[in-house]
Write a protein that binds this ligand. Structure first.
Ligand SMILES: *[C@@H]1O[C@H](CO)[C@@H](O)[C@H](O)[C@H]1NC(C)=O
Ligand SMILES: *[C@@H]1O[C@H](CO)[C@@H](O)[C@H](O)[C@H]1NC(C)=O
Ligand SMILES: *[C@@H]1O[C@H](CO)[C@@H](O)[C@H](O)[C@H]1NC(C)=O
Length: 431
């Protein structure tokens, strides 16, 4: 394109046409033509096609500052001013030319080509984005870190601050710590080196959910764990996928919907009011009106139970908090996946595979809290890890799961772990 421009300019000079250089993509004119074609008020014939739009040769074309739709040669032809002598250099990026006033996207930021005192420059917004090329290359060049990073399309062009709200959703723990009673098993049993609820109870572990752009991890992690535990505790009789939308839409008091929730509040809702199944109230990744009465049995809600004996909504017992690595392992082995709250920084969004530990790379200014489902553990070359289900769909990480270092409270993963028993219909309770 640069060559075409030069050619044009040379041609104008040689042939002696009255043409000037107005911008990288503009044909040299003339536009307004002769002085008597200029108008003193806005008339249709006073416009000329330019690029995909029109420019004007009337005295109104530059009345309002910032809305200059005059033809490039308006001043020269209509006002008799001399043509611009200095050529304005367009902005450039990746081999492309940009006119002043035009913009381009740069990750989650927008860059505008601005013209000041005849000089163009880029002016870009400075937000931290979720995806950071530097994090990707540094993580992938650091084999001792133990995990690899990836440029996920679902995060591209998104701001980090939005990711921390809408891809997570656990409000800062405060009263939770006191409201969920501690449980201590202290069982000295031979713990297996590896345990995975998905192979221990095939078909009972509910699929990875995609929470979308909705900070509903508090609802999603809870409903998946309760689903898994209904199936496990009933030996598959009450295998049910429970609906996180029940919590999102109905557990609204003290919660912030897609902007986050308190997990203690959600567990208390699940205990007192109960959930319904996903087919009855599918997940919509947005705050909708609660279609149910606050109290009532399952039939009142219009939902069909999986076993005829069930009348109540799907409820849980009192939630408890596990604080020790062995206790967490014991509980998973006995009853199924548990909920954990971890701290998420920018690098975590890029996780592709391996054993995650927070790296030194990327943004350390912003963080968020994330509720996830821990389904098991293992060891790789002496490196201990938890196996955890995320809620960013099956395309993310290791088929929707990630592994994270175990035994060192990595990213706070062992700091707040919640277990609960599902209220399985008596006749089907596993002995
Ligand atoms: C319109 O153009 C004339 C001639 O260049 C200039 O003096 C005047 O300031 C312009 N008006 C506005 C509003 O830009
Ligand atoms: C990530 O992928 C997008 C396309 O989806 C691309 O435009 C962008 O340059 C990539 N970023 C990095 C850091 O690789
Ligand atoms: C675990 O990590 C979290 C978050 O980093 C921290 O707040 C907590 O105090 C840690 N707990 C222990 C027992 O070290």
């Amino acid at each position: 394109m640069a060559y075409t421009l030069q050619l044009l300019l040379v041609l104008c000079g040689v042939v002696g046409l009255s043409c000037a250089y107005y911008g990288p993509d503009l044909p040299p004119g003339p536009y307004c033509g002769t002085r008597d074609q200029c108008c003193s008020d806005r008339q249709d014939q006073c416009s000329r096609p330019i690029l995909d739009t029109l420019c004007y040769c009337d005295s109104f074309c530059n009345r309002t500052r910032g809305h200059d739709d005059c033809c490039p040669d308006y001043e020269e032809v209509c006002l008799g001013l001399s043509p611009p002598t200095k050529l304005t250099e367009p902005c450039r990026h990746a081999g492309k030319l940009y006119l002043p006033g035009s913009s381009r996207e740069d990750g989650c930021n927008t860059c505008e080509c601005v013209l000041e005192d005849g000089i163009t420059r880029w002016s870009c917004s400075q937000e931290a984005c979720i995806i950071d090329g530097e994090v990707i290359s540094r993580v992938n060049q650091d084999p001792r870190l133990g995990w690899r990073a990836y440029n996920y399309t679902q995060f591209y062009g998104k701001k980090l601050t939005d990711g921390l709200i809408y891809k997570l959703g656990t409000l800062k723990l405060s009263r939770e710590t006191s409201r969920l009673g501690p449980i201590n098993y202290d069982k000295e049993i031979p713990y297996p080196r590896e345990f995975d609820a998905r192979t221990r109870w095939p078909n009972y572990i509910s699929p990875v959910v995609d929470q979308g752009w909705c900070g509903s991890d508090w609802a999603v992690s809870l409903s998946t764990i309760v689903s898994d535990r209904f199936a496990i505790q009933s030996n598959g009789a009450e295998k049910v996928i429970l609906s996180p939308q029940t919590l999102l839409s109905c557990n609204v008091k003290g919660q912030q919907g897609c902007k986050g929730g308190h997990i203690d509040n959600a567990w208390i809702y699940a205990k007192n009011r109960g959930l319904v199944d996903e087919s009855c109230f599918p997940y919509k990744a947005q705050l909708t009106r609660c279609p149910f009465k606050p109290r009532g049995n399952l039939i009142d809600t219009g939902c069909k139970p999986v076993v005829p004996q069930r009348t109540d909504r799907y409820k849980v017992g009192p939630p408890g908090r596990l604080t020790k690595e062995k206790d967490i392992m014991y509980d998973i082995m006995q009853s199924g996946p548990v909920q954990a709250v971890m701290t998420v920084y920018q690098d975590f969004f890029h996780y592709r595979d391996g054993i995650y530990r927070r790296s030194r790379y990327g943004n350390h200014e912003f963080k968020g809290y994330h509720s996830v489902r821990v389904v098991g553990w293992g060891e790789e070359n002496g490196d201990k890890y938890w196996i955890v289900s995320n809620s960013w769909g099956p395309e993310w990480g290791e088929n929707g799961y990630f592994r994270i270092a175990r035994g060192n409270n990595e990213s706070g993963i062992e700091n707040f772990v919640v277990t609960v028993l599902s209220d399985v219909t008596e006749a089907y309770l596993r002995k």
